[in-house]
Design a protein. Sequence first.
Length: 216
Amino acid sequence: MQSSWLIQLAQDPKLKGGYNAMGFSQGAQFLRAVAQRCPSPPMKNLISIGGQHQGVYGLPRCPGESSHICDMIRKALNNGAYTDLMQKHLVQAQYWHDPLNDDLYKKHSRFLADINQERAVNETYKKNLQLLEKFIMVKFLQDTVVDPVDTEWFGFLKTGQAKETETLQDSVLYKEDRLGLAAMDKAGKLVFLASAGDHLQFTREWFNANLLPYLR
């Protein structure tokens, strides 16, 4: 993110009293980065709708864990995803997370590994995220676009393999509380919601019942 953009956000008079943020799909993790990097003006509630907070390791509608061809494709993508060229110019590469090459991911991921505190812990990021009143994460139960879908609730594939997933609460990020998520969970600040249907598919009624209260 450009510092000039963050300055514009901080100087917007309409936001000086704080604001609620709602991110759809990849926009959710980018808004979380705003919460971590730009605490002024204050973000009150962050609503993540189908966000990929631990990244992705798969292609839309091509599940690598159950398709040999799709698995070959996602492994092939690793050859280019962590090059400087891809990390600088391809948005999707910035949240590509290869569980089979964890050291490579942590070393070369310019965006996701940074905001997820997977290198050195930035205490400012951690403190700023905990300023949220609520961090709401929506997972789509029949999602065919995001792989693995557990990333929408901050879970992911276990390191060293590409089939079995773990929840946020079972992850190193949570156990070491590198982001402050464990503290937020204990304080009741994390909200996990599920919606039946595919990626970003929900009804007006579901939205009004489940998300609208956090925007008032």
